[in-house]
Write a protein that binds this ligand. Structure first.
Ligand SMILES: [Zn+2]
Length: 569
């Protein structure tokens, strides 16, 4: 229960392990009590002219396709960022394009294979509780009776974030994160964090053992009033008019014309609406003041993950009135947030990207010139695969094939004898490859033996994409990739009509936008990666990082002959 008051804040064992793993040269180790004030100037100073605050923003499910489609209509914060350094083809290069892995790449600079965050969930058959599915941002050792009451934790993240590296070198720096989702805040913020909040049902919550600070208390009070009173429909921009068209998905519901009227007390409707992002940015603004961000002696890091675009995408798809309204409102809210930063006189640099892209619902795609898009064949659901593999091998079908859905990692029951496991794996692969919805199926051994992706992520082979998502202690025995256009939701329902998660570019490709006051604008259309963001920001502030710490490279943000990545050796 995150809201309860508890006595002290101690670093968990995982946090200490991560910090212990930080390269040692000149880096102070945080200890499990408030760090003492530095007695003398730190050995390494921030780069001359370094920004005083890094603002790292993730828009959940903001694909490169959405950015391209709406770019000419932005007038607020997204228009400002589009006047900076624009990388329209940023890649979440890995295969499992989900929220937790995507957020884990942005400020760590490594692919999920090294962050350890292979997916939103994975199956760990050694877990002693009945439910073997582990959530990426939970502490399963503290599992509650109801899986929904899990204890949020960043313990599964195997590497430090930029904010942690900054704090380890410069103890006067602050690391703060806020999100509409716990995994968004935790995977960008990391283990050693001064203040971290996420939306939890009816208000913002924080880590177990911490109390809400006044910023969160104030925001929750204001939101409580909005939720109690309800709110009217949001305006449909005139340039959205053609998108407002109902698409029926069953006899009882249709999407495409929503306007986000908020009935009093409807918390779910609040979450899947632009109001969630506005609230997240309002809290981020209050956290600026509470943490004196941008006013401390050394650079601070503020991570903001905005979740509503994802909830809107899942609930209504990407091409109706709903996404149109969402993106306009988000653009305006971001504009107000940047004005709040300006008014405080903070010298800040912004990076904005996304944890993954997204894909519209097949019913509308079919109407809009993509008839190949369709919902996945139910024969690929784990229960059906268990029966099929049992029929091919004679093994007991019960829990033979385990998975969280009809795509991604698949596990075999772990009590199988080695010879039986080999037979089951062969049968599973044959069963999958015989299905017309399947593009590829790779065993863990095949992925482990494959070369890692190099060069442009746009042209990585599928197995290299899988390898960037592969961490053997957590990954499945096999990875299933659906064909382009196959949506892994067999039957749509309210709140869940479309999704992401595939190895295809509509899910991997996201915008990466850097902006700082006075910078010269440029656009680089060649593919770059989200793992390039952390090395780029580290160089911008002069944070030394040992060779090999990042999978990505520094992107030079100077449009001219200067080089924000520093002198070339
Ligand atoms: Zn997401």
């Amino acid at each position: 229960m995150a809201l309860r008051m508890v006595r002290s804040v101690a670093l968990g064992a995982a946090a200490l392990a991560v910090l212990a793993a930080l390269p040692s040269a000149g880096i102070a180790r945080p200890v499990a009590k408030p760090a003492p004030k530095a007695q003398s100037a730190p050995a390494v100073q921030p780069a001359p002219g370094a920004p005083k605050l890094i603002v790292a923003i993730s828009i959940d499910q903001f694909s490169a396709d959405l950015f391209a489609q709406y770019r000419s209509h932005f007038t607020g914060g997204l228009a400002r960022l589009a006047s900076g350094a624009v990388f329209p083809a940023g890649y979440q290069s890995h295969a499992a394009t989900e929220t937790c892995p995507g957020h884990s790449t942005i400020l760590t600079g490594v692919h999920p294979a090294r962050s350890g965050i292979i997916a939103n969930t994975w199956i760990d058959q050694s877990v002693t509780r009945a439910k073997k599915t582990v959530y990426c941002a939970e502490d399963e050792a503290k599992a509650a009776a109801d899986p929904k009451d899990y204890v949020a934790s960043v313990g599964h993240l195997l590497v430090p974030t930029l904010g942690e590296r900054v704090k380890a070198l410069w103890p006067t720096s602050r690391n703060v994160a806020v999100s509409g989702k716990d995994r968004g805040a935790l995977m960008m913020g990391g283990h050693v964090i001064d203040s971290v909040y996420w939306w939890k049902g009816a208000g913002f919550a924080t880590l177990d053992g911490r109390t809400l600070t006044p910023a969160a208390v104030n925001e929750n009070k204001a939101l409580g009033e909005v939720l109690a009173q309800g709110a009217p429909e949001l305006p449909l921009p005139d340039w959205c008019g053609a998108k407002a068209r109902a698409v029926p998905l069953s006899a009882t519901f249709a999407v495409g014309t929503g306007r986000f009227a908020l009935a009093a007390g409807d918390k779910n409707a609040f979450r899947a609406s632009p109001r969630l992002d506005r609230a997240t940015l309002d809290l981020a603004t209050e956290l600026l003041d509470e943490n004196k961000l941008g006013k401390n002696a050394t650079p601070d890091v503020l991570s903001v993950s905005l979740s509503a675009t994802d909830y809107v995408g899942h609930g209504y798809g990407t091409e109706g009135s709903e996404m149109c309204i969402q993106l306009q409102q988000l653009d305006l809210a971001l504009g107000d947030f940047f004005v709040a930063l300006d008014q405080r006189g903070i010298d800040y640099a912004v990076v904005l990207t996304a944890d993954h892209g997204g894909f519209d619902m097949p019913e509308r795609l079919d109407e809009q010139a993509l008839p190949a898009a369709h919902r996945v064949n139910k024969a690929l659901l784990p229960e059906a695969l268990s029966a099929a593999v049992a029929a091919r091998t004679g093994l007991d079908a019960k829990d033979l094939v385990l998975a969280d859905g009809p795509s991604g990692d698949i596990w075999l029951r772990r009590d199988l004898a080695p010879a039986d496991k080999a037979r089951a794996l062969e049968a599973l692969k044959a069963e999958l490859l015989a299905n017309p919805d399947v593009a590829a199926a790779f065993t863990a051994d095949e992925i482990a033996a494959a070369p890692a992706g190099t060069g442009s992520p746009e042209t990585w082979p599928l197995i290299a994409r899988a390898k960037a998502s592969f961490y053997k202690p957590r990954s499945g025995d096999l990875v299933l990739m659906l064909k382009r256009g196959v949506v892994p939701i067999p039957t749509p329902g309210p709140g869940y009509v479309a999704t992401h998660g595939s190895p295809w570019d509509y899910d991997r490709r996201v915008p990466i936008l850097f902006w700082r006051k006075g910078m010269t604008s440029f656009e680089q259309p060649s593919p770059v990666e989200t793992v390039d963001i952390a090395p780029t920001l580290a160089a911008l502030i002069g944070l030394p990082v040992p060779a090999g710490a990042f999978d990505g490279r520094c992107l030079d943000l100077d449009a001219g002959t200067g080089d924000t990545c520093g002198a070339k050796p």
